[in-house]
Design a protein around this ligand. Structure first.
Ligand SMILES: Cc1cc2nc3c(=O)[nH]c(=O)nc-3n(C[C@H](O)[C@H](O)[C@H](O)COP(=O)(O)OP(=O)(O)OC[C@H]3O[C@@H](n4cnc5c(N)ncnc54)[C@H](O)[C@@H]3O)c2cc1C
Length: 307
């Protein structure tokens, strides 16, 4: 991460990253999800911003919020196929994170509880992929959950990592897979450092996964690659619109592209994060600003234009 982004004080990070966050309560996030579907035909995946857990109480609070999210989605009056999925991060449920040499204690059990509750209510769940210290843990968790019959749980694979070529072969049959380039900076001996090369891999892996019978969630804001996915890869793999979707982050301005996709009868889904404890949201927001520092200027400009 750019060291300058590290230096921005938390309240300012929160201010500048506002467009990426759907609000400070589950109710507000559900209202955003509802509006995305009714106004624009966009689906959503809901995410609680909850990283950097320091107290066991926070880990438990995160599980409780996810259980409330399951209940809220199940109670939503959106059509079943348009209800949001849930996205969660394994590091949200442990005070001993693997990226700080911990053992991830409590994380699998927490995920299993949420996944079981989601299954009972017919809610789909995706396990986000965090930095390289979490890859084995997360793939093992996905395998264990699939072996226990949890076919409503989806994976995320990062194409920047060289290991992903082998990891995609070991995924449980038919598993839903989100393909991303990966947001975590990884060392050059284990990962690509060139973005176009990562995106070429997205196309290559998407075709492999589609041909192998997986449901593919193609997650990028790069319009050229979205078009190549829907216009080249999908026809080559010869699959219908029920076998894939395109995903983007809430707050990234891609209105026209999203409208085109929906008009063509393709599914498009936004990743919609919300916060209940801002201290746990800051790391996610810093990564967004690091990825797109221009957001600082856009928000400042909008602030003056609104006056
Ligand atoms: C739905 C979704 C889920 C994701 N889940 C994960 C995950 O589980 N694990 C993981 O490691 N990564 C995840 N990511 C992040 C992903 O790995 C990339 O870091 C991120 O999408 C940026 O890469 P890009 O493919 O959009 O290409 P880029 O080349 O970075 O972006 C293409 C263009 O989009 C615009 N853009 C990109 N990002 C922003 C932004 N934040 N704000 C404004 N404009 C922007 C810029 O104009 C840029 O030129 C997810 C991304 C999405 C969309």
């Amino acid at each position: 991460m750019n060291p300058l982004i590290r230096l921005i004080p938390a309240p300012l990070v929160r201010f500048f990253a506002k467009p990426y966050v759907a609000g400070d309560s589950l109710a507000k996030a559900m209202a955003v999800v509802d509006k995305l579907w009714r106004d624009r035909g966009l689906r959503a995946t809901l995410d609680l911003l909850a990283e950097d857990i320091r107290e066991p109480g926070q880990a438990q609070a995160n599980v409780d919020t996810y259980l409330q999210m399951v209940a809220a989605v199940a109670a939503s009056d959106l059509p079943a196929d348009a209800r949001p999925t849930l996205s969660l991060k394994p590091s949200s449920y442990t005070t001993s994170p693997l990226h700080e040499d911990g053992d991830g204690a409590g994380s699998f059990e927490a995920i299993e509880r949420i996944v079981q509750a989601a299954k009972a209510k017919g809610v789909q769940v995706s396990i986000d992929m965090e930095g390289r210290h979490w890859t084995d843990f997360t793939l093992d968790a996905l395998e264990r959950l699939a072996a226990a019959g949890h076919d409503h749980v989806g994976a995320v694979l990062q194409t920047r990592l060289h290991r992903t070529a082998a990891d995609l072969e070991r995924l449980p049959a038919g598993m839903r897979v989100r393909l991303v380039i990966g947001i975590y900076q990884e060392p050059a001996d284990i990962a690509l450092t060139d973005k176009p090369a990562m995106k070429e891999r997205m196309l290559e892996y998407a075709e492999k996964l589609l041909r192998a019978g997986h449901y593919v969630e193609f997650a990028t804001h790069d319009p050229a690659y979205v078009r190549r996915f829907v216009d080249e890869v999908v026809p080559r793999a010869d699959v219908g619109p029920d076998r894939f979707e395109v995903q983007m982050l809430y707050g990234v301005p891609r209105e026209r592209l999203l409208r085109d996709l929906v008009d063509r009868g393709f599914r498009a889904r936004l990743y919609v994060p919300f916060a209940v404890g801002w201290d746990m949201a800051i790391e996610y927001l810093r990564r967004r600003l690091d990825e797109y520092p221009a957001m600082v200027w856009l928000v400042t400009k909008n602030m003056f234009l609104r006056r």
